[in-house]
Design a binder for this molecule. Sequence first.
Ligand code: HEC
Length: 167
Amino acid sequence: MTIRHFGTLSLLATLLGAAELPNLVMPQNNLNFRQIEGYEDYKVVASHYRTDKKEIRYILANPIAYKALKEKTTPMPEGSVVVKIGWNAKPMPSYPDALEAENIQRIEYMLKDSKRFNQNGDHWGYARFVKKGDRYETWTGDTAECVACHAIVPQNDYLFTTLQPLH
Ligand code: HEC
């Protein structure tokens, strides 16, 4: 009975497109992939292209981070989340001079939580989940790398992203 009930619930969740994120945890800082459940509804605030990795990136912000980016509030408030999705780019079959996103390579995020994080005074926690086929795995590198590279931009609260103009 219970199993059947759960089966119905997960079928309903799938039909509604509310698939759960995998329960993956960053070993160094305990950040879970599920922290960003619902990120598909965050606002896209910028798109980037990495020429060396040939990847299209979308940057998304949760409502707290979006408001702060819009109002240029730094440091960003507690609870701000900024997500980055990276895709490899491939020529569009219908028009090969145009590139389109193919497969997600990884999803990563930064969470502002000054009680839990304070490397370099940045107060961001860093998490990365790598896509292998149709599954995700926790990235096995050292988050000190994230902190060190984002330390290039302390004047923008350790974010490279600025709000991409839409008009
Ligand atoms: C060697 C430099 C470097 C390292 C290491 C690095 N980043 Fe970044 N990160 C960047 C750059 C450059 C951008 C902006 C360009 C882009 O979108 O790729 C960025 C963008 C981001 C963004 C979007 C917000 C912003 O700052 O623009 C997030 C989220 C992010 N990185 C998370 C991470 C996480 C998590 C790690 C570690 C697992 C990490 N980064 C490691 C250079 C780095």
